[in-house]
Write a protein of this length. Structure first.
Length: 255
């Protein structure tokens, strides 16, 4: 029987969109979770090998995708990544294999190089903006507005009035603080809707949402049919599942 290529059902596969950027469009931001997807992307493309370590790790943040939060994994370098790779991707690759090391534990990425990871995430945003996925400066403007709102909420939570709200003066203090909270919520909401994704970006976003629904809701026979039609379907979609935080769920469903 002739094998089909399922890449055409998702634009991010068809265009070979980096999983970091594909996941970025879902909330207009990037974090450590997306970088885990990038590591599995390298594995699929043959730049690295990933080996599971038998001893369980108990103290890793649960948001740190379940694909890695129960066990540790070692990354082995097989080759260099292409010279035309995005700067943030090169920086992460070089950071992992620093000082000529050819292997690294994934859990080390979470705690030991925090500042470097923060800079890499900033570079992801720069790369996304340069590629024109969003109209004009709408993504950056939305991020600035949203950060202002989140900053206001964080400031309020650190102040005594927020704790005093639990006392008998709750009603009075609520009246005083309500306008401030309302302004913060408005800024967060506006910052969320300001970014205007271009047509191509919206298509990638729709496909990522479709893929997420496939992971969360599809029956096993549907997934088995996709894998039967394309035996590489799991390997090439795992990076995108991991970037969204569903790496382990996808592995279980495809197992």
């Amino acid at each position: 029987m002739e094998m089909k290529n399922n890449s055409s059902i998702y634009q991010f596969l068809e265009e070979k969109i980096n999983p970091v950027e594909a996941a970025f469009f879902m909330d207009n931001s990037a974090d450590f979770e997306e970088l885990i997807g990038l590591i599995f992307y390298w594995g699929y493309r043959g730049y690295i090998e990933i080996e599971e370590v038998d001893s369980p790790i108990q103290d890793i943040d649960k948001k740190y995708d379940a694909y890695v939060h129960n066990h540790d994994y070692i990354i082995f370098k097989k080759s260099e990544i292409p010279v035309d790779t995005e700067i943030y991707e090169k920086d992460l690759f070089n950071l992992i294999f620093l000082d000529g090391n050819n292997h690294r534990n994934i859990r080390d990425l979470k705690g030991n190089i925090h500042e470097e990871i923060k800079q890499i995430i900033k570079n992801i945003k720069v790369s996304v903006d340069k590629k024109g996925y969003y109209a004009g400066n709408t993504r950056r403007n939305g991020e600035i507005i949203r950060k202002k709102g989140l900053g206001m909420v964080k400031y309020l939570r650190q102040k005594p009035p927020f704790k005093i709200l639990k006392t008998i003066f709750t009603a009075v203090l609520s009246l005083l603080i309500f306008p401030y909270i309302l302004a913060a919520c408005i800024l967060i909401a506006v910052g969320t809707v300001v970014p205007i994704r271009k047509k191509r970006t919206k298509k990638i976003l729709r496909d990522m949402n479709k893929f997420r629904e496939l992971i969360k809701k599809s029956k096993q026979d549907k997934i088995e049919e996709l894998i039967k039609n394309d035996i590489t379907f799991y390997e090439k979609t795992l990076p995108y599942a991991a970037a969204m935080g569903y790496g382990w769920e996808w592995t279980v469903k495809c197992g």
